[in-house]
Design a protein around this ligand. Sequence first.
Ligand code: G6P
Length: 447
Amino acid sequence: METIQLNIDKALSSVTKEQVFAYEKEVAESMEKLHKGTGKGNDFLGWLHLPSSITDAHLSEIEAAAKQLRERCEIVVVIGIGGSYLGAKAVIEALSDTFAQIKGNGNNPQVLFAGQNIGEDYLYELQQVLAGKQFGLINISKSGTTTEPAIAFRLLKKQLEAQVGKEEAKHRIIAVTDAARGALRKLADMEGYKTFVIPDNVGGRFSVLTPVGLLPIAVAGFDIRSLVSGAASMEQLCGAEVPFEKNPAAIYAATRNALYKIGQKIEILVNFNPKLHFFAEWWKQLYGESEGKDHKGIFPASVDFTTDLHSMGQWIQDGERSIFETVLSVNKMKYNVTIPTDEDNLDGLNFLAGKRVDQVNKMAELGTQIAHVDGGVPNLRIEMPEITEKYLGELIYFFEKACGISGYLLGVNPFDQPGVEAYKKNMFALLEKPGYEEETKAIKAKL
Ligand SMILES: O=P(O)(O)OC[C@H]1O[C@H](O)[C@H](O)[C@@H](O)[C@@H]1O
């Protein structure tokens, strides 16, 4: 059976296999911390066995709720930020027709996003798109108190109720939030919205395989069962009992930590397929929030190739040698486009006539790998047979498991994010939120 494959051969000019394998014992200890729940942040390990424990009944409930929205709505707006946004966005973008918003999307509603920014023009333009349309809302917030989605929900709830009335609006709003806490839970219970629970022990950035990701993905018309089963097969392949050298999550965690140790402090997730752009955004939150603390951590960056070879390519080839690349490589394209021959051949490209576009892309990929490795950029490669729900599920779990191991190797708590509160505190102080009087005074003195 085909699965995603990790290959670290082209990183081994910078670190030796021995340096990677020297992590075997520490990886085993990290793995034990995860599986026995004895490490830091052990109240957030609900993602570890999530794929294998999702029940058929739970998936059916999500599918039924998705069906309700699909039947009533031509547009569904998913409201959320961070972990309550990026997983669904990543999977939907990866699986969708790139031009679905122009072409239409068959029987599927358009899925749009809000609450992931505080862009006034973004919200205005979204409201204009929704005017006169049959739309619905999925409001996602684990804490139920995050400002960005709360502002978006306030606006769009009002608009929906104005367009279809309060009663119908109730059937078009679904809330995904904590079982008991937070303003969104209170509001949903008061208004009588259908709700789904984000388990207490699953942090936002690890929540894509809960209704946080599964509901929007199902609304968009994709197969959540296949996504979950891909993740479940990776749960086995990255299990605690799988030996170090055969365990892709263990090898990835060890390699990136070995590279970090020798000064490669930036990891660039590379794709050669624009559909994976938002997968990298999801990955950046996963690794950035998990590892960037105590003044430590690899900085997770991303590029889309070949696009960014024409902008960032120079830096990567020739800039400071503090980076390594992890390339997401997709074997098989969905469609077949052949380069035509041209009588005049003014562009000199007739040597490519008859070749598929992807053949050119693959040679760009190979050429880039060789150039970057020659230029001193260690290269890890993850091969994906094709972009399907199953392989995305595998990739998601692989990165989650490796992230847990890697965070423990680094010596941090991979499951908290205390640093993100600093801007919120200042923003509330500047906006003179009741209860922030002291902070307001203090921050105004700094202006
Ligand atoms: O789901 P929510 O509670 O609204 O949180 C949404 C996001 O914002 C927070 O500030 C955190 O940095 C993220 O880890 C989280 O995923």
